[in-house]
Design a protein around this ligand. Sequence first.
Ligand SMILES: *[C@@H]1O[C@H](CO)[C@@H](O)[C@H](O)[C@H]1NC(C)=O
Ligand SMILES: *[C@@H]1O[C@H](CO)[C@@H](O)[C@H](O)[C@H]1NC(C)=O
Ligand SMILES: *[C@@H]1O[C@H](CO)[C@@H](O)[C@H](O)[C@H]1NC(C)=O
Ligand SMILES: *[C@@H]1O[C@H](CO)[C@@H](O)[C@H](O)[C@H]1NC(C)=O
Ligand SMILES: *[C@@H]1O[C@H](CO)[C@@H](O)[C@H](O)[C@H]1NC(C)=O
Ligand SMILES: *[C@@H]1O[C@H](CO)[C@@H](O)[C@H](O)[C@H]1NC(C)=O
Ligand SMILES: *[C@@H]1O[C@H](CO)[C@@H](O)[C@H](O)[C@H]1NC(C)=O
Ligand SMILES: *[C@@H]1O[C@H](CO)[C@@H](O)[C@H](O)[C@H]1NC(C)=O
Ligand SMILES: *[C@@H]1O[C@H](CO)[C@@H](O)[C@H](O)[C@H]1NC(C)=O
Ligand SMILES: *[C@@H]1O[C@H](CO)[C@@H](O)[C@H](O)[C@H]1NC(C)=O
Ligand SMILES: *[C@@H]1O[C@H](CO)[C@@H](O)[C@H](O)[C@H]1NC(C)=O
Ligand SMILES: *[C@@H]1O[C@H](CO)[C@@H](O)[C@H](O)[C@H]1NC(C)=O
Length: 441
Amino acid sequence: MEPPLLPSLLLHLLLLSTTITTTFSASSTTPKTPSPISSPTPPNSTTPKTPSSPSSSSLDPKQLRALQSLNIPTSKDPCTQPSLLPPNTTLCDSSKPFRHILSLRLANCSDDVALSFTALKSLSTLQSLQFFNCPIAPIRFPADLVASLHSFTCINSLRRLTGVWLARLQNLTDLTVSNVQVNASGPFVILGNMKKLRSVTISHANLTGSLPRHLNLNLTHIDFSGNKLQGKIPSSITLLENLESLNLSSNSLNGEIPTSFGDLISLKNVSLASNSLSGAIPESMSAIPGLAHVDLSSNQLNGTIPKFLSDMKSLKHLNLANNDFHGVVPFNVSFISKLAVFKISRNSNLCYNHSVLSSKLKLGISPCDKHGLPMSPPPAKGDSSAEDSSDSDYDDSDGDDSDQKKDRHHGPSKVVLGVAIGLSSIVFLIIFLVLLSKWCG
Ligand SMILES: *[C@@H]1O[C@H](CO)[C@@H](O)[C@H](O)[C@H]1NC(C)=O
Ligand SMILES: *[C@@H]1O[C@H](CO)[C@@H](O)[C@H](O)[C@H]1NC(C)=O
Ligand SMILES: *[C@@H]1O[C@H](CO)[C@@H](O)[C@H](O)[C@H]1NC(C)=O
Ligand SMILES: *[C@@H]1O[C@H](CO)[C@@H](O)[C@H](O)[C@H]1NC(C)=O
Ligand SMILES: *[C@@H]1O[C@H](CO)[C@@H](O)[C@H](O)[C@H]1NC(C)=O
Ligand SMILES: *[C@@H]1O[C@H](CO)[C@@H](O)[C@H](O)[C@H]1NC(C)=O
Ligand SMILES: *[C@@H]1O[C@H](CO)[C@@H](O)[C@H](O)[C@H]1NC(C)=O
Ligand SMILES: *[C@@H]1O[C@H](CO)[C@@H](O)[C@H](O)[C@H]1NC(C)=O
Ligand SMILES: *[C@@H]1O[C@H](CO)[C@@H](O)[C@H](O)[C@H]1NC(C)=O
Ligand SMILES: *[C@@H]1O[C@H](CO)[C@@H](O)[C@H](O)[C@H]1NC(C)=O
Ligand SMILES: *[C@@H]1O[C@H](CO)[C@@H](O)[C@H](O)[C@H]1NC(C)=O
Ligand SMILES: *[C@@H]1O[C@H](CO)[C@@H](O)[C@H](O)[C@H]1NC(C)=O
């Protein structure tokens, strides 16, 4: 009797324990129960309602026709059922008897779409207008639309714009133009009269001229990357104490970084990469408390790398590669491994102290001799193309960089725990049964 009993008992217990495991992991991974759908109590009738109309009114017929002329499907009302359109195509107000469009986004337009003055005139309630991949011809915007627009975005659209055309949009708080040719003698022509501007991106637009000496002091975001801007960075730019991000990368700027750069006390991200800037990193930069992202790569900056950078608590991304810095890198391993990106390669007179930093960090520079000069043989791992392309060269080094990776494995842990409990209870049962059978037999 006993031999056949044991396997069947085992099987039974195995099944039981798996059931427990699955129930456990299922209950522990299900999200918090959603709040009950709708309460059966009728809604309050205190608010006066137009008896005939349903919950919301429909779009102004003039605006509906304007949308049709822009090839936006309108078989269903875009205000009441915006989800039938691509995300964020329209946003409407809730006025009566007709609703009006506040925000319109045209993306991936077909060739036969054309902007008409009449259509734009009836869309003069728009506060936000966005074009993505719409190579349609730009036209002069009606004055009513110009007055109402707060936000204008044009990415790879409208073929070509002029500074004069953009400069009319004087009520903008946000201007984004990218991957569009912009003909203007400089940014000032465009921005000079935009008194309410908070955020400006004019990037990859072949914009010429020099940086404006006077900018709106409330600007929080400036991106002029990928243009043909020339001349110096005016020191007046450091008056922008609300500026959080500044991107002037890939232009032809020269001269030095203004010594008052540290007056940009709100700055979080800055890129001045790929220009012709020279001189030293200004000492004042140490006063910017929240600086997180610093890219000064591919210039002709010189001097030593300042030690204060390692005291900047928020710093996560530091790229000083491809400059003329010299001397001993003033950082230790714990600072470098705290950063998500750290690049200093291609600074031929820069070296690292072998007793402070390991060659395993693959910094792309030589170790120092005892005089603090680069040892004569250039980096043995001379594969400079690998150094240039990899973002965090120290990924495969020692364990010090594990901090960043500690927090990653949260998702599946409950399932793993469930399986572990299941398996260990099976093992426990088997041992128990073996002991039991020995004891009985
Ligand atoms: C209904 O009206 C009562 C009293 O005015 C109020 O306390 C309650 O919050 C209202 N309920 C809803 C769903 O508006
Ligand atoms: C676009 O829609 C997404 C959700 O689909 C939303 O998170 C985002 O804020 C919207 N963007 C704008 C500019 O309205
Ligand atoms: C536009 O086209 C691109 C690429 O074809 C696609 O990724 C994107 O989702 C499209 N956008 C809309 C709003 O249809
Ligand atoms: C900007 O908006 C105001 C009202 O908010 C309006 O009076 C003014 O004419 C607008 N400016 C332009 C250039 O349209
Ligand atoms: C900028 O100019 C170059 C050549 O001068 C051209 O190839 C490129 O397409 C232009 N960029 C834009 C956005 O028009
Ligand atoms: C834009 O600038 C280019 C080069 O400066 C010039 O050839 C072209 O004629 C200009 N286009 C317009 C519309 O002004
Ligand atoms: C900056 O913004 C403040 C309020 O946020 C406003 O009072 C002030 O006029 C603005 N200054 C400029 C130059 O636009
Ligand atoms: C700074 O850059 C990071 C990515 O590097 C981005 O997530 C963040 O939003 C940026 N902050 C600002 C103020 O632009
Ligand atoms: C600056 O702009 C370039 C290109 O437009 C982009 O790749 C880079 O991430 C930006 N950097 C910052 C700090 O915003
Ligand atoms: C650093 O660059 C500045 C400006 O080009 C130059 O005047 C200075 O001599 C350079 N200093 C060193 C140590 O090369
Ligand atoms: C590494 O450098 C940082 C910043 O200078 C400093 O606070 C820290 O004590 C140093 N760590 C070691 C192990 O020397
Ligand atoms: C390298 O670091 C060691 C230990 O901190 C120090 O004694 C030595 O002077 C440094 N060498 C150079 C060249 O800075």
